[in-house]
Design a protein around this ligand. Structure first.
Ligand SMILES: *Cc1c(COP(=O)(O)O)cnc(C)c1O
Length: 336
């Protein structure tokens, strides 16, 4: 019996076809702007998302960090929800690198809460309070459980940002999943934001890589900061090729991951209506103990809080893997 790894969609390994594409990729020195495969990926992602330009970066965290540093001056604040990846899982990078502070709203399942955001923002706070410079949206929402942000709420946040002169960043690490789950074009999901970061290394199954898209001017500035942070890369078309391959071969199949996540939720007594995409969150009495017992039976899941168990479907989990996971987890999860 092989191991079924549901800890994250980052654990998938590149397929033979992807590895072949990487091996054959034409490359050049990307710091000189001479890697044709990187250029092709940046242009393709920018076009897909309806933005002028893109920059290839090693991680989604760096994509987010470059995006928000372009929108928020040191000493100003970014408003996001308390479970946002930028606030919770980037190890304080915005404070350490960019002097950005956060205030957060408490979100149910990671959803946008317009009234809460409206109450938080202080665009021109003068010399007494921190001035708000930008808002950020995460779609889909990771710690919220793969939640797709409802379109009317996204529009309302965009109106709020515009009418208050605030920047707007989209953490679209899994925007691909929102696109496949809703059928909404990517350019529509990414439109109305100043900067958008997307990951190639989650459900799309590339080994490395994210792209930040924005206006041509902002992306030129992002290239400066990328190099300054030490992330200027050389013959990196070898990695960009994996991203291009993923867009050709692994985008529409995300629907399979979504169906498998719903199957898991159903079988483990969670509400499948809460599963928008490829992430299942289970509220359990002792998440760590369940993760340990499951791992001993070759099923790996993430305990991300005392009661918070996260299961993520991806390229390397097929129907047999799902059934194996259900067999192991069912006796460990209290009936609900
Ligand atoms: C994974 C993820 C990122 C980026 O993570 P890296 O590990 O830095 O690539 C950013 N935002 C969200 C919502 C994520 O799930």
């Amino acid at each position: 019996m092989s191991v079924v790894d549901l800890r994250s969609d980052t654990v998938s390994r590149p397929t033979p076809g992807m590895r072949a594409a990487m091996a054959e990729a034409p490359v050049g020195d990307d710091v000189y702007g001479e890697d044709p495969t990187v250029i092709a990926l940046e242009q393709r992602v920018a076009a897909l998302l309806g933005h002028e330009a893109g920059v290839f970066v090693p991680s989604g965290s760096l994509g987010n960090q470059l995006g928000i540093r372009l929108l928020v001056a040191p000493g100003k604040e970014l408003i996001c929800d308390s479970l946002a990846h930028v606030a919770r899982a980037e190890l304080g990078a915005a404070a350490v690198f960019s002097g950005i502070t956060f205030r957060t709203w408490k979100a149910s399942r990671g959803r946008l809460d317009i009234d809460a955001i409206r109450e938080l923002i202080t665009p021109d706070a003068g010399p007494y309070l921190v001035s708000t410079a930008a808002l950020q949206v995460e779609n889909t929402h990771n710690f919220g459980g793969g939640t797709v942000q409802p379109a009317p709420q996204v529009s309302a946040v965009q109106d709020l940002a515009r009418s208050n002169g605030l920047g707007l960043h989209l953490d679209g690490a899994r925007l691909w999943n929102a696109h496949i789950a809703t059928g909404t074009p990517l350019a529509e999901l990414a439109g109305g934001f100043d900067t958008v970061s997307v990951c190639l290394s989650k459900g799309l199954g590339a080994p490395v890589g994210s792209v930040l898209v924005s206006s041509a001017d902002r992306i030129s500035e992002a290239r400066v900061w990328r190099k300054r942070y030490g992330a200027g890369m050389r013959q990196v078309g070898i990695l960009a090729a994996a991203g291009l391959y993923a867009l050709d071969h692994h985008l529409t199949r995300l629907a399979d991951d979504h169906a498998r996540a719903r199957r898991i939720a159903e079988a483990l007594g969670a509400d499948p209506a809460d599963v928008d995409t490829n992430i299942v969150v289970l509220n359990v009495p002792d998440a760590a103990a369940i993760a340990t017992h499951a791992a001993a039976q070759d099923v790996r899941v993430s305990a991300l809080g005392p009661r918070f168990l996260r299961l993520v479907t991806h390229l390397d989990v097929d129907d047999d893997g799902v059934e194996q996971a259900i067999r192991v987890l069912r006796p460990l999860i209290p009936a609900r």
